[in-house]
Design a protein around this ligand. Sequence first.
Ligand SMILES: Cc1cc2nc3c(=O)[nH]c(=O)nc-3n(C[C@H](O)[C@H](O)[C@H](O)COP(=O)(O)OP(=O)(O)OC[C@H]3O[C@@H](n4cnc5c(N)ncnc54)[C@H](O)[C@@H]3O)c2cc1C
Length: 457
Amino acid sequence: MSTETYAIIGAGLSGLTLALALHQQCPGSSTTIYESRPAALDIGGAITLSPNALRILDRLGIYSRFRQQAYEFDTLHYRTSTNQPLDTYEFGSAPKYGYRGMRIYRHAAINILTELVAEAGGIQVHYNKKFARVVAETREEVVFGFADGATARARYLLGADGIHSAVRGYLFPDLGVEFMGAVAVTATVPTQQLYTGRGGGGAEGEESADGEWPLPVTIMNRKYGAFVIAPQRKDGEEVLIGRQKRMDRPRDRAGWAALLNGEGQEGNKEWCVDFLREGVEEFPAIVQRAVQRIDPDTVNLWPFYRVPQLERWTSTKMSREQEQEQEQQYGRVVILGDAAHAIPPSAGQGVNQAIEDVYTFALIAGRGEKAGTGWEEGRAKAWKAWQAGRQARVDRVLELNAKVDSRRMIPLQEGDQEQGVAVEVEMEPFELGWLYQPDFEVMVDEWLAAEGVTFGL
Ligand SMILES: Cc1cc2nc3c(=O)[nH]c(=O)nc-3n(C[C@H](O)[C@H](O)[C@H](O)COP(=O)(O)OP(=O)(O)OC[C@H]3O[C@@H](n4cnc5c(N)ncnc54)[C@H](O)[C@@H]3O)c2cc1C
């Protein structure tokens, strides 16, 4: 039996998109995905996609399918409790960036990707297959093992297994991820609920602005922080509501699930519902109505982690001289998406950067495979160019995150909440062309040229 070209660990958003990108860019290759869960992921909550990722999804024939199920919008609004504009943040714009922003349920996105993978033909997906370890990496292939004791082999092992990546453990056995001390607590409510019973009370000074809240909106409160209301579903008939909560103690994956799902003493979704309602009398009536009825089944937790900047996203050794040294790695193991760089949520780029990773990786792999024999020799440099290029963009996103955070923390003007005084905050709009309008094909060629990799140019 011939060795599989690519084995992908993880059938999440990165892994499935990666399989489709490799299918498109590397037509002669074969791909198998191994996923630890028993079936396609079915957790709630929507993700936000911006034009950089949507351009890629368009190239891969995914965009139109997503669009059929997504809520489209351009701008996230920041408002005071009295509905005074504080700031705006663009998530898309058809005239400016070619695409509107999109919110789509994660399970809907995963289902569409899973269908497209099945339609593509030749991509195998195996569930209930928890990657456990690399058994051996040789010059030709990687042999790896699963928790059930089985083994498999492939020419390349690609870790798209998320923030707590086990594949990353092969590259960096001692690396720990850093919990950022906060979680997002979210729930879903019918949009109608935001307006039902309007006029019956609410925060002082809010009445006049009651019907005119732009959505999606982040409502800032000096004491209780930000409250987000963001439509989802194609028809916008549901909204995500959410707040961030400080939390000192990190947990492992099972621990977070226990906290949310009622196992153990502290765990049940009621505390999340209570938290969403905390201090709600200090928020405007739209928020009070939003939290009036919350179905605990719709509650989700998103703990924020940071992966320290990694010196490499591939196993190390690739040059012939290095092969003489002791370390037995041949650059056949690669990590992508959250496994390589989890990105905090401020600029909404987590998934979007993961999609950039997988597409640019596939573009380079495609150029390499077309180059034939030169690929094996050029691979080390090519992956280096890929990582350097990707890291530079991730770094810019992290800078953008910091800017977004600092603007969100701008203190509201004295008395604005209490008296309904307009807040005149003149803020420069964020310049997002670099983020939303890249030409990835040109970008990849530039990365390769900068490293002196000539194949495919
Ligand atoms: C509740 C929540 C809400 C979020 N909302 C947003 C948002 O609105 N916008 C945004 O940009 N980002 C958001 N994020 C972040 C975003 O989900 C991640 O950036 C994105 O999912 C990363 O995709 P991934 O495929 O790399 O990892 P994951 O989505 O984590 O997928 C990894 C996959 O690998 C599988 N896996 C893990 N270990 C193994 C193993 N050992 N063997 C086999 N399979 C394995 C997992 O089961 C999973 O299917 C959110 C995250 C959470 C948790």
